[in-house]
Design a protein around this ligand. Structure first.
Ligand code: ZN
Ligand code: ZN
Length: 372
């Protein structure tokens, strides 16, 4: 489990980064960065909650009075650092300006802060320059700790248990929406605390990578792309795609699927400490291109995953990011042929010192469900 010590260490690393980059402070509002840094999963509300980290003094957390007990119950509450609550008639921004009265130079704001907060802060600190905190926080979040890797393994196992049951739900005559509802129930039943997305894309709908569900009836011979994910009680996310077929698909689809399967293996095998993002992308993309499918692979190969489903590092062409052990990301090539069909195979992969560790274990073969 992630005790307070863990979070103290993350704050210390932010402080170090602030000193190295000569920043005066970092302000973080509710979201995954706040969860990551102090283990406080605050709901974004109109009332201000803000973590303030400075290079040389203790961090403090500002919360509305009615959130005080929740904040104290989080790991931040046991660090001994200040939790300052404000009442309905107080001005929470005045607490910050008072505590940081000598503040000058540049301050980093979390990348997902609401614009009205940013504008208020700018007004209250007219002589300060603001930059995004994203480069600093992402540089820390991009390398997962052993605890985080275990949370991601558990998330992958949970979504695998859902995929294992998909063949029982798929059948000719059912609509994408009906199948999608059953899958959403299973995502919760298998241990997630929330359903993040359910894509059930049958036949021609498979040609749209982010199609969700529709009232389309699944027909015999149609491939069905199923891309699903949720968030575990730990806060960590799952994301896995498998492609199924209700009855035998066309020969043409099978041939294309075999190429895709090889491409997915090639990109996964290209994962190693020191590899560049674009090399991992190219390994699979070349295979698709050599078989006439390159033009139908219309997205990047993958994205990092952690407390967010999409985070650094991104795996794509022209992306020079150097991959290191401890990074976790998806490998999910696909092909999308408008008016016909589509397919995608997606696994979450850890880059370990010895190469790739694939977290999703369900077969990557096309799963053909008997149509009668
Ligand atoms: Zn996905
Ligand atoms: Zn994904």
């Amino acid at each position: 489990m992630s005790g307070p010590l863990h979070f103290v260490d993350r704050i210390k690393r932010v402080e170090e980064h602030l000193r190295e980059s000569g920043l005066g402070a970092m302000f973080i509002t509710p979201g995954s960065d706040l969860s990551y840094l102090i283990g406080y999963h605050a709901v974004p509300l109109e009332r201000l909650t803000m973590l303030v980290v400075t290079p040389n003094n203790d961090p403090f957390l500002i919360v509305p009075r009615l959130e005080r007990s929740a904040a104290l119950a989080s790991p931040f509450g046991s660090t001994g650092w200040d939790v300052i609550s404000w009442g309905e008639s107080d001005d929470p921004y005045a607490i910050i300006t008072n505590r940081l009265s000598g503040l000058s130079g540049t301050v980093a704001l979390d990348g997902h802060m609401w614009a009205d907060r940013v504008l208020t802060i700018q007004m209250r600190f007219p002589s300060i320059t603001f930059v995004s905190a994203a480069p600093i926080i992402n540089a820390i979040r991009i390398i997962k700790s052993p605890d985080e890797l275990d949370h991601l393994r558990a998330a992958a196992a949970a979504i695998d248990r859902v995929h294992a049951q998909v063949p029982l739900l798929l059948g000719a005559g059912r609509t994408e929406r009906e199948v999608g509802r059953d899958i959403a129930d299973l995502i919760l039943a298998e241990g997630h605390s929330s359903v993040d997305f359910v894509i059930v894309a049958a036949g021609p709908n498979g040609a749209s990578p982010h199609h969700e569900v529709s009232d389309k009836v699944i027909e015999v011979g149609e491939p069905v792309v199923i891309d699903i994910g949720g968030t575990m009680p730990s806060g960590y996310c799952s994301d896995c795609t498998r492609t199924y077929s209700v009855g035998e698909p066309s020969r043409e689809f099978m041939d294309r699927y075999e190429v895709l399967q090889r491409a997915q293996v090639l990109s996964t095998q290209a994962v190693h400490h020191g590899a560049q993002s674009h090399d991992i992308d190219a390994a699979g993309r070349i295979e698709l291109t050599e078989h006439g499918l390159g033009q139908f692979f219309i997205h990047r190969t993958g994205h990092g995953i952690g407390l967010d489903t999409h985070e650094e590092p991104y795996i794509g062409p022209d992306n020079p990011t150097v991959i290191s052990s401890g990074m976790v990301f998806s490998i999910e090539p696909g092909f999308y042929i408008e008016g016909q069909h589509g397919a995608r195979i997606e696994d979450i992969v850890i880059c370990t010192p010895n190469g790739p560790e694939t977290l999703n274990k369900q077969t990557r073969d096309l799963v053909i469900i008997p149509s009668s």
